[in-house]
Design a protein around this ligand. Structure first.
Ligand code: ADP
Ligand code: MG
Ligand code: MG
Length: 246
């Protein structure tokens, strides 16, 4: 039932120690929220899990589905079912949302995606997410509102259907409607076989999802874990107490 098992993970970037012993276990079907002050190492954790080459692995273990993936490339991890949301998607004129998603799906599954079959699947996913079909033929991110960019991310998530999805501040700088797109999307995609790690500064997430765990990262360590009460406490008191205790 364990999907992700992280033991004593240490990492470095440009000779600076960032993650200083992370232990985290994520079971299938669970949603974990990670909070923490700026610079705590939250994005680093997401990047390390996704195999971003900028972050140097120093020690510890990352297992996905019982398999040690510490030495696997970013590509290899995507194929094993790890998805990391991009924080700031780029504009790509000339590439439609549909083409982008078909290519991404082909890369992850290592199977050429048939045009018509892919389109049918895409339309059915768009229907599930209440998205207009015409959206798939727009150029990627060109002239997209914040909410539309998020729709693309959620649609990408639905298309790739990863085992483990990590959303890094996907809700930052969004209005309430766009936030709803993100979290209602996650709610629909959540199932017994996958798991989500949601990095956020806001407890807006609690309105849409019932996370199983909330963790607080501070100076490269998980300093607190609990249920939604942890997020509510932070909303009320900020990180003051956490910084003082540690
Ligand atoms: P958070 O997402 O919690 O705000 P980050 O993981 O982005 O924190 O950053 C943790 C620490 O690592 C910060 O001190 C940040 O400056 C440093 N860091 C992250 N990425 C890089 C990088 N590519 N080059 C240099 N330092 C980095
Ligand atoms: Mg940051
Ligand atoms: Mg960050």
């Amino acid at each position: 039932k364990t999907l992700l098992n992280i033991e004593d993970l240490h990492s470095r970037v440009e000779d600076k120690d960032i993650l200083k012993g992370i232990d985290l276990k994520v079971n299938r079907g669970e949603v974990h929220v990670i909070m923490g002050p700026n610079g705590a190492g939250k994005s680093t954790l997401g990047n390390i899990l996704a195999g971003h080459p900028k972050h140097e692995y120093v020690g510890g273990r990352i297992e996905l589905d019982g398999r040690d993936i510490t030495q696997l490339s970013a590509d290899g991890r995507a194929k094993e079912g790890i998805f990391l949301s991009f924080q700031y998607p780029e504009e790509i004129p000339g590439l439609t949302v549909e083409e982008f998603l078909r290519t991404a799906k082909g890369a992850v599954t290592e199977k050429r995606q048939s045009y018509m079959e892919f389109r049918r699947e895409l339309h059915s996913r768009m229907e599930d997410l209440h998205m207009d079909r015409s959206y798939a033929s727009r150029y990627l991110n060109v002239g997209f509102s914040g909410g539309e960019k998020k729709k693309t991310e959620i649609l990408q998530l639905a298309t790739l259907d990863p085992k483990l999805a990590i959303l890094d501040e996907t809700d930052s700088g969004l209005d309430v409607d766009a936030i709803r797109v993100v979290y209602e999307g996650v709610k629909k995609l959540r199932n017994e076989n996958n798991a989500f790690i949601i990095i956020t500064h806001y407890n807006k997430v609690l309105e849409y999802l019932e996370p199983d765990f909330v963790h607080v990262l501070h100076q490269g360590k998980i300093v607190k874990s609990g249920g939604i009460e942890v997020a509510n406490e932070i909303e009320k008191q900020g990180y003051k107490g956490i910084k003082e205790e540690n």
